[in-house]
Design a protein around this ligand. Structure first.
Ligand code: 7PJ
Length: 270
């Protein structure tokens, strides 16, 4: 899964894709096309910055960022488009325009999100976050047993989804690296992630360029690829089925190599 941020304050794309008031540009399409060429099977479009402390974006603003990018990519590329959003109206409109999947860092926790997601019929990735919003999640994260608590949260959200009419066959789960977690929490979560396989649903993992890599290695955001690839290998070994990244080509090789070792054979392309 390749990350396509269409936010003006995206920390890791250096503001290169989005310009207020400008039509969604060539740049968006070029970036998406190159990720597809490098082996991305899903493009994850996000119009809300969820980095720690980020401010809220209005509904109209989010629609204006996400929908034109979705339409353009749908028209020009053969790839599944995922929508990184928590907003019911965005789910509805994106589904109407052909999105293939919803990816919600709030695990359909917003008012109306469960019903709107259910009505789309699309697969949904439910992510764990401690704290209610990116604005407050890093204030004082605390866990007794992070794996158990992340697992309990995700199990409850799966139940809520089933009650809203979203079957298990439409769900993916994500432990939410960096969302309401200290460095120690993130390291333990990754090291013991195989325990989340007992939830019985496909796991999606996103560590790409995140602060946990910066903190562990003392690296700025543009020097986190090697550290990130180490987390990718560990996540795949511990059962991750989808890896959400900025650097697709390097990640595809890391995943394929990990799978080759795990299966002791040169497999198909990841
Ligand atoms: C994640 C996400 C993640 C899922 C973001 C960033 C922050 N969606 N959206 N998992 N992170 N499912 O990319 O650094 O970890 S936005």
């Amino acid at each position: 899964m390749g990350i396509l941020n269409v936010t003006p304050d995206s920390f890791s794309d250096g503001n290169t894709l989005y310009q207020a008031g400008q039509p969604v540009a060539e740049k968006v399409l070029r970036r998406a096309a190159s990720m597809v060429e490098e082996g991305a099977k899903i493009i994850d479009i996000g119009g809300e910055s969820t980095r720690p402390g980020a401010s809220d974006v209005s509904l109209q603003e989010e629609l204006d960022r996400v929908l034109p990018a979705l339409e353009l990519i749908q028209r020009e590329l053969d790839v599944i488009v995922s929508i990184d959003s928590s907003t019911p109206q965005v789910f509805t409109e994106a589904a109407r325009l052909g999105a293939g999947m919803l990816n919600d860092v709030r695990a359909l926790g917003r008012d109306g999100a469960l019903a709107a997601a259910a009505a789309t019929g699309l697969p949904v990735c439910l992510m764990h976050m401690q704290g209610n919003t990116p604005a407050d999640m890093q204030l004082a994260p605390h866990y007794e047993d992070i794996i158990a608590e992340v697992g309990d949260f995700l199990r409850q959200r799966v139940t809520a989804c089933e009650q809203a009419g979203i079957g298990r066959d439409r769900l993916l789960l994500d432990p939410g690296f960096g969302f309401g977690k200290t460095l120690e929490h993130n390291l333990r979560l990754l090291n013991q992630m195989q325990r989340l396989q007992s939830l019985g649903l496909p796991l999606l993992v996103g560590t790409s360029r995140k602060t946990m890599i910066g903190q562990a290695l003392d690296r700025p955001v543009d020097q986190r690829l090697a550290g990130g690839l180490a987390t990718v290998v560990m996540a795949v070994e511990r059962g991750a089925k989808i890896i959400r990244v900025h650097d697709v080509a390097a990640t595809v090789d890391a995943v394929r190599m990990t799978e080759a070792v795990m299966m002791e054979t040169k497999g198909e392309q990841a």
